[in-house]
Design a protein. Structure first.
Length: 225
């Protein structure tokens, strides 16, 4: 069971008007949804109020846009259209769910956020990263996660896991080289922002990944097992 250290509780009391924002990132089949549930359970056991959400999606309007993005043929949208749709969904998601929850002092756990845009539409599809950053600033201002957990594993292993879920979503049907570029993009972003990112080996058993994730929570945010 998790508990907050005394310093973490004091910090929490001093910032009751804002919770913590944790994002979970990685390629297809990395196990983000499983680990988000495990993290949420641990935080709730520590007495924290937790909101679980995802992107694209997370609010009613954003979920409608999600269906446009993840369904259909691989070439349904070009990279620019994808980026615009993602950021439109993100605007609604942040305004209606993420920001209000943080202002209430709740902890928000989000399966994908801005880094997936940079990885998929930027590194994967080749869009200009600075233009994507400007687009995101236009959509949501300067909101960034307090901590980003990056679940990393070889592309082939991740796609094999994703295939076990059944019918492939649109992004999963893109070529192998695209997913390799996405993985390299995630790894580069983690190297450039080591204080925000924590990389976890997602090729391990789920319980081992969870243990490593909770250790990171202790080191980065003052929560101990």
């Amino acid at each position: 069971m998790l508990s907050l250290t005394a310093s973490a509780w004091r910090g929490s009391l001093c910032t009751m008007n804002r919770g913590r924002f944790i994002t979970l990132e990685g390629g297809e089949g990395a196990g983000k949804t499983t680990q988000r549930a495990a993290l949420a359970s641990a935080l709730r056991q520590a007495g924290l109020k937790v909101v679980e959400t995802r992107e694209p999606g997370g609010s009613p309007g954003a979920e409608e846009i999600r269906e446009l993005l993840v369904q259909g043929e691989a070439g349904r949208w070009d990279a620019q259209a994808e980026a615009l749709l993602v950021c439109a969904a993100r605007r609604d998601h942040v305004q209606r769910l993420i920001s209000p929850a943080l202002q209430r002092g709740e902890w928000v756990l989000c399966d994908r956020f801005i880094d997936s845009t940079y990885a998929y539409q930027g590194y994967g599809h080749g869009l200009d990263l600075e233009q994507l950053r400007s687009l995101n600033r236009f959509a949501i201002g300067d909101l960034k996660p307090d901590l980003t957990l990056l679940f990393d594993l070889p592309v082939e292993a991740g796609l094999a896991r994703a295939a076990e879920r059944g019918k492939a979503q649109r992004f999963e049907t893109l070529e192998l080289e695209f997913h390799q570029r996405v993985r390299r993009g995630f790894m580069l972003m983690a190297a450039l922002e080591p204080k925000r990112f924590a990389m976890l080996d997602a090729s391990q058993r789920p319980d081992e990944v969870t243990a490593a994730m909770l250790k990171v929570l202790g080191e980065r945010l003052g929560i101990r097992v």
